[in-house]
Design a binder for this molecule. Structure first.
Ligand code: ADP
Ligand code: ZN
Ligand code: ZN
Length: 825
């Protein structure tokens, strides 16, 4: 900001402060002698304190709603350009495109308490030393000075001095008298903890003669990869420190302190080496490694084609060159196997970042990644795209089609879009990987061919490269998909949820000692309770949706829960409307399927894998490990089964109710249904044995079902693209959804009408079309009434700034602007 600053003209700065855990924006005046720039960390007066603030924007005019004389001044600059220019630019772009304030983006991007962790310190003014008139100080002030003089730099934190009994008032007085000054130290990178670690250093020929017990210990350590925390080693080897120390003295191993982050400590894993690549993998890797600037790749690899191995080998040379990598995955809890593979390859250079971490862990990981001691691989969910890694060498988005990359609360960003901008701004390559790429990414690659698609691409778009892994590793065939028409089952008198073919296949699987997965599509309200006598459906008292029933185990009690607001209640004995005791459960929940299985196949060992059984931390991993180790024959679960499970023993996949997926009313329901079905099917036959998929449906002729059986992804997607172009749906067009909600139904309806008027004015003369206002598909959630406004237009025509509409919303109405919405409900 130094350039051309006119010191005679006052400047105002809009800052973000984080007071009491509530980040908010305020305006301050910039004193003429300070050169404040956006992205600086400042210290500003707030109530009766000085606190940390981030400079968001500068202006030459004070905000209209404030009296200039009442605006307080910035006290000082704590750290200039705390945020790198490219990073700051990224945050601004997110705010601009998704039509939110920069503060909202910052709240998402930064870990909790970043500013709160700036330390306020009190420093003796050395230039006033030695004290000319010590007797001028009161005894109380004198003791503070004495304390400060004992510190190497003449300073301590305020809380420390207060703990030593010095009063706030006395310290203020010291500052006023000019003996000391108060300043803010930037948030510190966390201190790493030191922990004792054991490393095996001898090969197969130990330097000394070993006892059988000692050999035993070394063998155990070797099996664990030869590198463990001391406490883990003691426990695993059932031994004592002196025993290990003797082995250390003999030169068999080394015990030394090592840094441990407060960040999530994963299990210690055995190391793993790069695999020799298949020709397809090698070709893909070649292109990625050769890329210099911000090239973007779509890695389309069928399930089990070895995409992860390509990621790993693309990352390795970047790390060697001192660059870090960012790997995004849809849901970390669901993919312990994937994180393990990264840890095996890159050890403690792999850090995990997601919103499930404790605040302290998140802060540590974020802050450490600011200036890491060595290059890192950060594996994380959506928000990890904002990790401030310097020297970013590569960004990978695995399962790029997954809708959990889109945030459904403000800011409603899509991590794939943000990743593209970041790759562009930081000039690093981006790899999007999937077995079922999103239509949007297909179109970017221009693989579909229609000239119309090409001509619509913006001129400055970065080059995209389409990379394909069309075969599975070791060339196992893709599993055969057999469609079972459930109407025939009914006609043949089979009322079981399992078709006859699926029963036969399960019996054969069990007889051959193989394993299987059973997929049940279940949406929030697809399992409900209704009365057989009067037809009454039990509804949530706060939302316009039915309650779903849940039963954590076969013998546990049933509860009813609302998936929208979290309301839950016990299962009633009688119909609340007519008192009839005959209540019926609709939908095929996992527990119901497990019960049905137990009747038909008493010997079959099943594990339920759904939101009820995986509620506790680590439950995913535990259940998957048990299954992988042969602790069960069948994994019965919901959508979670579609994500990143790589189990070579699985030969059979059953899909119970494909139909629920096909009839959702979003514009991209078909695309999503096909993606999900191909992903589940792809879990079969990943090992030596071929796989088989049995898909039960009432609509075998549905184009999605046909595409699954033929593994005809490309053809289906081309047709889907034609449809979207016709209707101008994304990615052929652009949409923005305004969601309004309020506890008062009249106020929200009125506001929706007002906004529609203003929006209509704003869109006049543009090609945008306004749809609505209309009540949301679920008109009431958590006691709030909801209305929608939708604007739809051509892809590259910019939208007006809709943030101004907030002015027309009463305080009781909440307005969320969802640009590029995936979910119109
Ligand atoms: P995807 O991510 O495409 O579904 P994975 O990367 O999980 O596929 O690979 C499937 C399986 O094949 C994994 O068990 C992986 O270890 C193995 N694999 C991948 N590449 C190779 C290779 N080049 N040689 C041998 N095995 C491989
Ligand atoms: Zn009833
Ligand atoms: Zn509810």
């Amino acid at each position: 900001m130094g350039l051309g600053k006119d010191v005679t003209q006052p400047q105002w700065v809009n800052v973000l402060v984080d007071y009491g855990g509530q980040p908010a924006a305020y305006t301050y005046e910039v004193p003429p002698d300070l050169e404040v720039g956006v992205g600086d960390i400042l210290t500003v007066p707030f109530r009766h304190q000085s606190i940390g603030a981030i400079a968001l924007s500068l202006s030459r005019t004070p905000p209209a709603n404030l009296v200039p004389a009442q605006i307080r001044s910035v006290e000082g600059i704590v750290e200039q350009r705390f945020f790198a220019a490219a990073y700051w630019e990224l945050l601004q772009r997110v705010a601009g495109h998704y039509q939110v304030s920069l503060i909202q983006v910052l709240k998402t991007a930064l870990p909790p308490g970043l500013l709160a962790r700036s330390q306020r310190r009190l420093r003796l003014r050395r230039d006033r030393l030695p004290l000319t008139q010590p007797e001028a100080l009161s005894p109380e002030l004198k003791t503070i000075v004495d304390d400060l003089q004992r510190s190497p730099h003449g300073d301590y934190t305020w809380p420390y001095l207060q703990r030593r009994g010095h009063s706030y008032r006395a310290m203020q007085q010291l500052i006023q008298l000019g003996w000391a000054e108060s300043y803010l130290a930037p948030p510190q990178p966390p201190k790493t903890k030191q922990r004792q670690a054991v490393t095996l250093v001898c090969g197969d020929t130990p330097p000394i003669e070993l006892t059988a017990r000692q050999q035993d210990i070394l063998a155990t350590l070797r099996r664990q990869g030869g590198d463990l925390w001391l406490s883990d080693a003691l426990q695993l080897c059932q031994t004592t420190s002196p025993t290990l120390k003797r082995l250390a003295q003999a030169g068999c191993l080394v015990i030394e302190p090592r840094e441990q982050l407060r960040a999530e400590a994963g299990p210690r894993l055995s190391a793993d080496q790069p695999k020799p690549l298949t020709d397809y993998q090698a070709a893909a890797l070649h292109y990625i490694n050769k890329s210099q600037q911000g090239s973007q790749f779509l890695l389309h690899g069928v399930t089990g084609s070895g995409k992860t191995e390509v990621y790993l080998q693309a990352i390795a040379p970047r790390l060697a060159a001192g660059q870090s990598a960012l790997v995004l995955v849809p849901e970390i809890g669901l993919t312990p196997q994937l994180t393990d593979r990264f840890r095996r390859r890159f050890g403690d250079q792999v850090w995990v970042y997601h919103s499930g971490l404790a605040d302290g862990e998140r802060y540590d990981t974020w802050r450490q990644s600011f200036k890491p001691a060595k290059p890192l691989v950060i594996v994380g969910t959506r928000s990890a795209i904002f990790m401030p890694l310097p020297q970013l060498g590569l960004i990978i988005l695995d399962e790029e089609h997954d809708s959990s990359y889109k945030q459904d609360v403000s800011p409603c960003y899509h991590a794939r879009t943000v990743a593209r901008w970041r790759a562009e701004l930081e000039n690093c390559p981006l790899v999007l990987g999937s077995a079922t790429p999103s239509l949007e990414s297909w179109v970017q690659c221009q693989e579909l061919g229609p000239e119309s698609a090409k001509s619509e691409l913006p001129k400055n778009a970065l080059p995209w490269t389409y990379l394909s892994l069309p075969e599975r590793v070791r060339a196992q065939p893709l599993p055969q998909v057999k469609v079972i028409d459930m109407r025939d089952e009914l006609q043949a008198g089979n009322r079981n949820i399992l078709s006859r073919s699926l029963q036969t296949a399960l019996a054969a699987m069990k007889a051959e000692g193989n394993q299987g997965l059973l997929f049940i599509h279940r949406r929030g309200h697809s399992s409900f309770v209704s009365c057989r006598s009067c037809g009454h459906v039990i509804m949530c008292p706060h939302c316009d949706v039915s309650l779903s029933y849940h039963q954590p185990g076969a013998n546990s009690t049933m509860t009813l829960r609302c998936h929208y607001c979290g309301f839950s209640q016990g299962h009633p004995r009688h119909c609340p409307a007519c008192g009839s005791p005959y209540l019926k459960h609709f939908g095929s929940g996992t527990q119901r399927v497990v019960n049905a299985l137990a009747e038909t196949f008493p010997d079959l060992r099943c594990i339920r894998f759904d939101s009820d059984t995986t509620r506790t931390k680590g439950a995913h991993r535990a259940l998957l490990t048990r299954f992988a180790e042969g602790g069960a024959d069948l994994l019965v679960g919901t959508q979670m089964l579609t994500k990143g499970i790589d189990l070579p023993q699985v030969t059979l996949v059953g899909i119970i109710a494909a139909d629920g997926l096909l009839y959702m009313n979003d514009y991209w329901a078909s695309e999503r249904a096909l993606q999900m079905l191909i992903q589940v099917a792809g879990r079969a036959g990943r090992g030596e044995q071929p796989g088989q998929v049995l898909l039960q449906t009432y609509t075998p002729d549905h184009p999605v079902i046909e595409a699954v059986t033929q593994h005809a992804y490309q053809g289906f997607i081309a047709e889907e693209w034609a449809q979207r172009q016709l209707l101008q749906y994304p990615p052929a067009g652009q949409m923005v959804l305004l969601r309004l909600s309020c506890t008062d139904p009249e106020v929200v309806e009125q506001t929706a009408a007002t906004l529609a008027q203003h929006l209509g004015q704003m869109l006049k003369g543009s090609s945008y079309q306004l749809l609505g206002p209309a009540p949301a598909p679920i008109p009431r959630v958590a006691r709030r009434f909801r209305w929608h406004l939708l604007a739809k237009g051509p892809k590259h025509e910019p939208l007006p700034d809709l943030r101004v509409l907030k002015q027309h919303c009463p305080a009781t109405v909440s307005l969320t602007i969802d640009v590029d919405p995936l979910n119109l409900a």
